[in-house]
Ligand binder design. Structure first.
Ligand code: NAD
Length: 245
């Protein structure tokens, strides 16, 4: 499905990003595995190469313009072009609105939302023969979660950015879409929820289980492929039915 395509995935050292990197590679793409933690990116790139795929690990802090520009430049130097950008890196530290500091707010907005502006702009400039941008939003862009006002705002921002950018980039034949995961089992989510919280969450999911990174990765792979050429500006919810009731 993605043979000969070049993809950059941010925050791909673990969790959903790792799942996306592995599935894009399985579908034939050469994958730039990027993460703020270089060792994790190297591990995932190694997994891809061990199973016969092409990968390169590049460290990047998606909230910093210099770091993002360097990621895109190094990707081009290695692979010569760029077809797919997956904006996955994100954080979700719980803090009540009353206790939230300006630093808390800025950190989440910078990593989750400003990053999408920085990465998408740098990538779109070099997607000379069209391309696909897929950002990882969240069901938190549609429904509220206590302790995550900054996060919900950042994910709502992604949906708005996705629609506006899809309009601007249509003439360049760059599709811009987002995937909004529900509750997905990842290292990050296991830090913020205990066994009881997971039980309650699962009870609220019509599909009867938490999602796995692969559930999100399959949706991303589809949106990153030519099968989705006529889809742009959309936010695809992948949540086992969580927000239907
Ligand atoms: N897990 C869920 O239930 C869930 C639900 C909805 C949306 N999401 C979204 O999916 C994405 C991935 O979440 P996850 O659960 O896999 O998280 P995770 O914490 O398991 O993994 C996130 C990865 O991003 C990296 N990262 C963090 N800050 C970074 C930065 N500044 N620059 C580059 N990389 C950075 C981390 O090192 C880590 O490898 C996030 O955007 C998150 O908001 C997750």
């Amino acid at each position: 499905m993605l043979k000969d395509k070049i993809a950059v995935v941010t925050g791909a050292g673990k969790g959903i990003g790792r799942g996306i990197a592995l599935v894009l590679a399985r579908e034939g793409a050469a994958v730039v595995v990027s993460d703020i933690i270089e060792d994790d990116a190297i591990k995932v790139a190694g997994e891809i190469e061990e199973s016969g795929g092409k990968a390169l690990a590049i460290p990047c802090d998606v909230s910093k313009k210099d770091s993002v520009d360097s990621l895109i430049n190094q990707s081009l130097e290695k692979f010569g072009s760029l077809d797919i950008l997956v904006n996955n890196a994100g954080v979700y530290p719980f803090v009540s609105f009353a206790d939230m500091t300006e630093e808390d707010w800025d950190k989440v907005l910078d990593i989750n939302l400003k990053s999408i502006f920085l990465c998408s702009q740098a990538a779109a400039r070099v997607m000379k023969s069209g391309g696909k941008i897929v950002s990882i939003s969240s069901i938190a862009s549609f429904v509220g979660f206590s302790g995550l006002t900054h996060y919900c705002a950042s994910k709502g921002g992604i949906n708005g950015l996705t629609r506006a950018l899809a309009l601007e980039l249509a003439t360049s034949k760059i599709n811009v879409n987002a995937v909004a995961p529900g509750a997905i089992s990842t290292p990050g989510s296991s830090v913020v929820s205990n066994e009881e919280a997971v039980k309650q969450t699962v009870a609220a999911i019509p599909w009867g289980r938490q999602g796995e990174p692969e559930d999100i990765a399959e949706a991303v792979a589809f949106l990153a492929s030519s099968r989705a050429d006529y889809i742009t500006g959309q936010v695809l919810v992948v949540d086992g039915g969580y927000i239907l009731r």
